[in-house]
Ligand binder design. Sequence first.
Ligand SMILES: [Zn+2]
Length: 491
Amino acid sequence: MPCLAIARFWHEGNSFSPVPTDLKSFAYEWYIGQEAPAIYRGTGTEIGGAVAFLEAHPEWHGTFLRLAGANPAGPLPRDTYETILAEILAGLRDGTWDAVFLSLHGAMVVEDMDLADYEIIRRVRAVIGPDIPLGVSFDLHANLDPRIAGLVNFAAGYKEHPHIDMNETALRVLDVLDRTVRGVLHPVGHIAKIDAILPSINMRTAEGPMAELEAFARALEFDPRILDVSPFGGFSYGDSTAAGAGAMVFADADAALAQSAAERVVAEMRHRLDRFYITLPNAADGIAQALASAVTPVAVVDAGDNPLSGGIADTPEMLRALFAAQPTVPVVFAFFADPDLVRRCVAAGEGAPIAGTLGGRISTSFGAPVPFSGRVLKITDGKYVNRGPVMQGLPMALGTTALIAVDTIRIIVTTECGSAHDPAFLDLHDIDMREVAVLCVKAKNHFRAAFRDICPVMIDIDAPGPAALDIASFPFRRAPPTLRPLRDARR
Ligand SMILES: [Zn+2]
């Protein structure tokens, strides 16, 4: 019976977030061994895909090594990285394997270290030796070092943004690994890069330049010798020497074909480069547009503090603009992470008055705290299960949360910095979107997967935050200064 090792070390690192990603952050997703199938079965995740693969292929015996995932945030301290990686490597040393599957993001950042994902793959390869097929799945926002193509037997990235195909991506990798072990395929890959860091706001695969690139990639896959074509938008706020977008292609026993196909995707990307760089209204203008909309509900989306881009659920400018606009219609604000405020709300109790400040708690570099006075509407345990298409079925835990009312505005405050991309996040707080005129949300494209059917109008805004739109305003140290838009800012 062939043996498959499965490990996951998934993190999107925002080099400019003031919140580090320590071991506690990985409580978000921290599983091992036979608890994994029960947790992940049927979920829209890579490990959900691995469980499905094993159940469809009873001839394979799967072993779940450390499965670790954390919400996007700041760099991992070096000891956190080494601790988790050491556990995965020890698990690999303890067994005899016919294939290894790694679920990585591809844009992890580690303090005082460059190229964290490359180093994971390099060390895994060193442990398993040159002959065991190694397959890796990546996020569409991976910042890939081209040498990775030579270390793995096969890899593939998500093709959808919002990422509703994590499960399918793992299945694609595992299918090719299976056929590689059986000697049917001899995959060989190439990664080509473009000299640009792209903003991800206009990188959705439903429309616009990324949709065209994905269509081009699918067309290349009509060639039966081509096993996978993955365009990568890259992660805008991951500072590494591998920063920037690109494309990865694997072909069956044909390195020249993989290279030429990857370079063709990058050439198509270059043609469309200008269209990725867009401008957005500021918070005050976006909220004014929303309050003037005849069609509701309207979502005002602050991508600069999107937790799934390394946001901290703490930047205050959207709330400040909302208070200044003095809305008279029902508004929901999602959300701030503030454990002390939640504790005070719990102590005060539902229905009690509460006052203080919101935002600017972790850092005032994105704006000063906003004073408020309201009352506690509701306390929750912060637990729900995603019901939208992104990471569907995965249980979420925000810690205790509070819903605070300030005039017509209801504000969600959480203990942990989670993400508001799933409607179940609002269900938890008894929010019925049919009764809401404006939803102000710290989110970005993943939010659209479920909410495009709920909010007929969506207004993306740009406000100060760890994931603000102006990439060149961030203090990159490792990314080559020749990359657009860094090179333009230097002029
Ligand atoms: Zn992503």
